[in-house]
Design a protein around this ligand. Sequence first.
Ligand code: GAL
Length: 995
Amino acid sequence: MVSAGASHPFTRAVEARTDDVRFDNFSLFLKGQRIFLYSGEFHTFRLPVPSLWPDILEKVKAAGLNGVSVYTHMGLINPAPGVVDFNGFRALQPLYDAAKAAGIWVVLRPGPYINAETTAGGIAHWATSEVAGTLRTNDTDWKAAWQAYVAGIINVTAPNQISNGGPVIAIQIDNEYSQNPVSHAEYFAELEAAYHNSPVVVPLTYNDPGQGRNFINGTGAVDLYGLDSYPQGFDCSNPTKWNGVTTNYQQYHASVNPSQAWYIPEFQGGSFDAWGPTAPGYPPCRVLTGPDFQSVFNLQLWASNAKLINYYMIFGGTSWGAIPFHGVYTSYDYGASITESRELTTKFDELKRQALFLRSSREFYQTDWVADSSTGLSISTNAAAFITLLRNPSTGAQFYVARQKDSTSTAVTTFKLTVSTVADHLQIPTVATGITLGGRESKVIVTDYSFGSSSKALYSTASIFFAGTIDGRDVLFLHGNSTQEHEAAITLTGTPTKLAQPTSPQVNVTHSSSLTTFTILTGLEGLTTLYDSDTQLILYADSATAATFWAPVIPGATTDPLRNYWSIGTNQTILVGGPYLVRNANLDSTGQQLTLTGDLKESVRLTVIGPKTVRQVTWNGDSVAPDTAVTAPSANGGTFIGQLGLHSDVTGITIPKLTGWKFQDSLPEVNDASFDDSTWTLANKTTTNIPLKPYYGDGRILYGCDYGFCENIVLWRGHFQSTGQKSMNLSINGGEAFAASVWLNGVFLNTSFGNSTNNRHILEETDDKFTIPAGALKSGDNVVTVVQDNMGLNETQSSPNSSKSPRGIRGFKLDVGTFGAWKVQGKVGGYLGFLDKTRGVLNEGGLFGERKGWHLPGFSTAGWQQRDLSQGLPGQKAGVGFFVTTFNLNIPRDIDAMLSFNFEETFGQPYRAYLFVNGWMMGKRVGNLGPQAKFPVHEGILNYNGSNTVAVALWAMTPNVSITPNLQLTLDAAYEGGVGNVQVDNPAWSPQGRE
Ligand code: GAL
């Protein structure tokens, strides 16, 4: 729709496969349009409710972003050799459909290795035990292992490429890897060949973990190189300690791939958080990577001339079930712009201000990096301000990115800039005292900036929130911090209306020939009209007020599959102020009816700046009455003011207390002397593909994954004949922060804690001597029962085979005599035959109650005893019991309510609790380790209009300690709106395979 400009030297492989996705040395082109890809990372598997994916994508779109980057999870999609399952939350089609509906591009990152703080970095667990060769190399059995998965990804994705009218514009090869040794490079080449020998035509991309120059040339080189970057690191405990920006990205890009657009496939958008009582939780991660960080660090990326940027994460979600790798806990909130509960934050506001500027400023997509303050650009009156100049070679528009020289500085720095414009050399601002950086703040100052169809700003020291054409008028919406002065010099056009002269004493207007200079003095808040004519509208607001505005895209022609994509399918937009969220705006064919949808937290004033043809505005289906008592920001028609009220009492939703718990012991292996393990798997292998071999024993391999039990709780039973034993030694590996409890016959011996010291010294494995108390040994057959947690398999950035993690018993010996049979049991069926195809391979473990399906809705607890969860296990014993209760929810359908399950007892009790909500394992609570006590659970997992089942598998790890978990459901927030029609897919208990 917009002309792409001059012809460009497109890069080889890309041009060969599709014209729809190209790039030159400046930026990406989609369908011939120059694009700044401004995107956020979203893992659908971390929100296992496909009907909520549109919610995330609409929020991404409302932020003004135009893309998402999506890892898919081999372990979930390909749970067993040859089995590829894109059903339920593993599906990609609903993501592609929602992306297309939102006008959001997708960069797919299918791995097979994704890292992502997920178990084995996403590699299917079965492959970690079945592949003898090295994972992520050209070894033939690893190559065989990924074929079905990659073929599946290609099958579902190829029809959704941009060339077929879909949202997919690129596919990343694996993740963060080195090109050496050659076995790595050839692995990349093999993955690329799989895509090249398929209908995939979009470019293949790469994510370099450091400035390693990998995969630019040579074997395995990708089409588009990218670098990832987490400059702030991951220690959220010191959230105001900044590391400072990386300053050499432009030089690095210029030296490694100057003919390609500069791509940052992952830039820090938050932080993960680790297990342990000193882990700070996510609120400080959101401070560490807060709006000030976004301002300074994101703009530094812009200054490096990056034109494809993805923030990791935009929405983190939940590492439910066995999704996490052993370093992280259930919540993957990540301190992201959108919270785990799907709420918007002040980080979202900052991202929106940035993204709408980029969406508005096409001249910025093609810029030469000219110079910066370290390379001879000395144009600032204050050396404490560091300036980078980017210039559009076709239009002459200039972008001065200003930051503190010391990027961590909290000082207030004021300066003027000497700029050269079409008009003259100028020192700006001319009237205001200067340009101010209020501490940790960066800015883009524009000169010779075009907006709308034909308007020009000579310069603006105020930031640009929005620029464009609305109903034929050129609109410019500036913003700035109200404690600072700002200035813009604009060539005004058209016949002014009565609003043309701002009345506020905080706006100073001077005219000189064709130029009008607006100086905004400090203290100006709210929305101010600077100029209003039949051809132009110039607005200013303080930055906080600006963030209350939205610029929804009006979809283009219904016949265009890409009608929702900004600058491809449509160039039409409006401005809407007031609501918590504006999701969609549509105009009917006559242009008279404007249909808005979105979310409200409270009653607000609605301001619409749109086409003059509009006669009626509806909000979520209701007509909005115009409010003529309020002065509109424009007197030129097309501006509408109304009031939006709440229909429902969003604060009046009642959430039931969790009561009526039923209890059943879940450890018959210990508590029932006649327990029969004859159906369990005999653990008699003496070889394993897992490189870390047993420490001691008799050669038998007791690693769960070698027997099909690769995740969650696994039970071991070791039989031996009594010969007067007094002790045994066990070395147990469950990954960081794991635990394993050990019984002999019916007697508790001890728990091995991966967190024994209860501090940050978190162990991946233990090696303990278990003393056999008097009377525990029986004559004849004795059995030791080990209940062990598996916290997830290792990631493998540096050494590809470390995902082959030895979870299980790495050493076993009796002080006298030897073990007879070892038996093992994990989830029913293991990875080859697991029962719950809906919730998937990572949901269940091997506790007796899980094997029987006690966690599932519909299981009858009729014969169980009444016992409150807060009473813990009977007799203060170490053990495992199941607590189950049901409750009803009745939440009005037009409310998006954010609920969470909270463990409210005081921290420190030695227990683990596995929280199952309608059968889904939505939380792992470790009472004595933490930090997580609050577990958000979405509608779709919860049934908001009916009955719900919550089950807690409570594992008390120490006897004679009162363990009193107090679990309650809380309402954290409620909004009128939401996406509605959230589908519930929670299959009920069935006896098949469980009895
Ligand atoms: C990156 C990696 C991501 C994720 C991130 C930290 O290096 O590519 O998968 O692990 O670090 O959250």
